[in-house]
Design a protein around this ligand. Structure first.
Ligand SMILES: NC(=O)c1ccc[n+]([C@@H]2O[C@H](COP(=O)([O-])OP(=O)(O)OC[C@H]3O[C@@H](n4cnc5c(N)ncnc54)[C@H](OP(=O)(O)O)[C@@H]3O)[C@@H](O)[C@H]2O)c1
Length: 356
C-alpha cells in the first residue's frame, strides 16, 4: 500500500513534536508538510526540537515549518491533517480543513462534545467512528473530524473500560498529578511550578466528567448515549515532565471484587486495535505493575511493547480493596497516548475502515 500523505498543524508544539516522532517512520502515513504560526515559520524541525527521548531522522529534521495554510496542505496532496492547535484556533481551522476534503485527527477540545464527532479511544469505543458517516452527511463534506480525549481523561477512561464492562458502580473519584508538558510550551512559568504543586487546571475537572461519560457511552446508530457514571475529579499540576498520574477510588454497591480479580481484569483487557494489530497499538493497552511504588512518571510514562508503541500503554498499579472500596493508580503519557499517539492510532482505525 502507498503511504497516505499527511499534513501536521501545530508541528512546533509539545503535541506537534510527538506527532513528528510517531509519523517519521510510519508504515501507512507519509508526513509531507508541517505547519506552525508565523513565530516558527521557516525554522527546520531540528531547530525547534525539544524531546529528549526521540531522535529525528535526517530527512525529517530538515523539514521546514510553514505558516498554517489549509490550501497549501491540499496542494501538497495531503489527505490527512493531524491537528495540535490551541482550541480557539482549532474551532475555525478544523471544519475548514474537513470542508477542504481532509480527514482531521484533532487533539483540541473544540469539537469533542459535538454530537456528530467521536472522541475516539479505539480500545474503548472503536464503533463510535461510525458516527463520522452522519457528520459527513450533515456537513456535506468528504473530509471529517475525529477527536481524541483530554490527556487525563484518556488514562482514566482506558483504566475504567474493563471495569465498567464487568461491574456496576455509579461514581468514580479521581485525583490527578499532571506533568508540566500538559500545559504546552512554554507552559507553566518555572517560578510557579518549581518545587511546588498547583491545585487548579482550568476546565480540567469538568472535562474529566463529561468526556469520560461520552467515551464510555454507547453509539446506537444515530447518537452517542453517555454512560451513567459520574466522575468527581481534583486536578493538580505537579513538577514532573511527562506523564499524568491519577489516584482513582471507586465505591461499589456491595462488597468490591477482590484485588486479584481486579488485577486480572485489567491485565486481560484488549480492544479492536490489538486484534487488528494496528501499527501504533500496544500489545496490551493496560500494563499492571505489582511493585508497591509503581506506576511512576519517570519509570512508566513510556510503557509500551515496541519502539512505535512506547508511551501508548496505560500503567495501573497499587490495586487495593477495602470492603466496598477499590483504589488504584493509573498513569498515562499525556503527549503520546493522551494526544499525538492516540490520534495516530485513530487515523490507523480510519484507514482500516477505508475512510481515507
Ligand atoms: N500537551 C498535552 O499534554 C496535551 C494533551 C492533550 C491535548 N492537548 C491539546 O493539543 C493542542 C496542542 O497542545 P500543545 O501542548 O502542543 O500546545 P503548544 O505546545 O502551545 O503548541 C501549540 C502549537 O500551535 C501553534 N500555533 C499557535 N498559534 C497559532 C496560530 N495563530 N497559527 C498557527 N499555529 C499556531 C504553535 O506554533 P508556534 O510554535 O509557531 O507558536 C504550536 O505549534 C491543544 O489544543 C491542547 O489543549 C495537549
Amino acid at each position: 500500500m502507498d503511504r497516505i500523505p499527511a499534513a501536521l498543524f501545530g508541528a512546533s508544539g509539545m503535541v506537534g513534536q510527538r506527532f513528528v516522532a510517531s509519523l517519521q517512520d510510519h508504515p501507512q502515513v507519509d508526513l509531507v508538510a508541517v505547519y506552525s504560526s508565523e513565530r516558527s515559520k521557516g525554522k527546520k524541525l531540528s531547530e525547534i526540537w525539544k524531546l529528549p527521548d526521540a531522535v529525528l531522522n535526517d530527512d525529517i529534521a530538515s523539514m521546514k515549518l510553514e505558516k498554517l495554510d489549509i490550501q497549501d496542505a491540499v496542494k501538497q496532496k495531503a489527505k490527512i491533517a493531524f491537528c495540535a492547535l490551541p482550541a480557539d484556533l482549532a474551532k475555525k481551522v478544523e471544519p475548514d480543513a474537513a470542508s477542504a476534503g481532509l480527514a482531521v485527527f484533532s487533539n483540541a477540545a473544540a469539537y469533542r462534545m459535538d454530537d456528530l464527532t467521536p472522541i475516539l479511544i479505539p480500545e474503548i469505543n472503536y464503533d463510535h467512528i461510525k458516527i463520522v458517516e452522519l457528520q459527513r452527511k450533515k456537513k456535506g463534506t468528504r473530509g471529517f473530524i475525529v477527536t481524541n480525549a483530554n490527556c487525563s481523561v484518556t488514562g482514566l477512561s482506558v483504566a475504567l473500560k474493563p471495569l465498567v464492562d464487568k461491574y456496576e458502580f455509579p461514581r468514580v473519584f479521581v485525583s490527578t498529578y499532571q506533568a508540566i508538558s500538559g500545559a504546552g510550551y512554554p507552559g507553566v512559568p518555572s517560578l510557579d511550578i518549581n518545587a511546588n504543586c498547583i491545585p487548579f487546571i482550568k476546565n480540567e475537572e469538568v472535562k474529566m466528567n463529561r468526556e469520560a461519560k461520552k467515551i464510555l457511552g454507547r453509539f446506537d446508530g444515530t447518537s452517542i448515549r453517555p454512560i451513567d457514571i459520574d466522575i468527581f475529579a481534583n486536578c493538580v499540576r505537579i513538577p514532573s515532565r511527562d506523564g499524568h498520574l491519577e489516584a482513582v477510588t471507586i465505591q461499589f454497591a456491595g462488597k468490591a471484587p477482590n484485588a486479584d480479580e481486579i488485577t486480572e481484569t485489567f491485565a486481560r483487557f484488549e480492544g479492536k486495535p490489538q486484534i487488528l494489530k494496528l501499527p501504533t497499538a500496544p500489545k496490551r493497552p493496560i500494563i499492571v505493575r505489582n511493585e508497591e511504588n509503581r506506576p511512576q512518571p519517570i519509570l512508566d510514562a513510556l510503557a509500551g511493547s515496541s519502539d512505535r508503541t512506547k508511551g501508548m500503554a496505560v500503567t495501573v498499579g497499587r490495586i487495593r480493596v477495602d470492603g466496598d472500596v477499590l483504589r488504584f493508580f493509573c498513569l498515562v503519557h499525556n503527549t503520546i497516548r493522551g494526544s499525538a499517539g492516540g490520534s495516530v492510532l485513530n487515523a490507523e482505525c480510519a484507514i482500516h475502515e477505508g475512510m481515507i
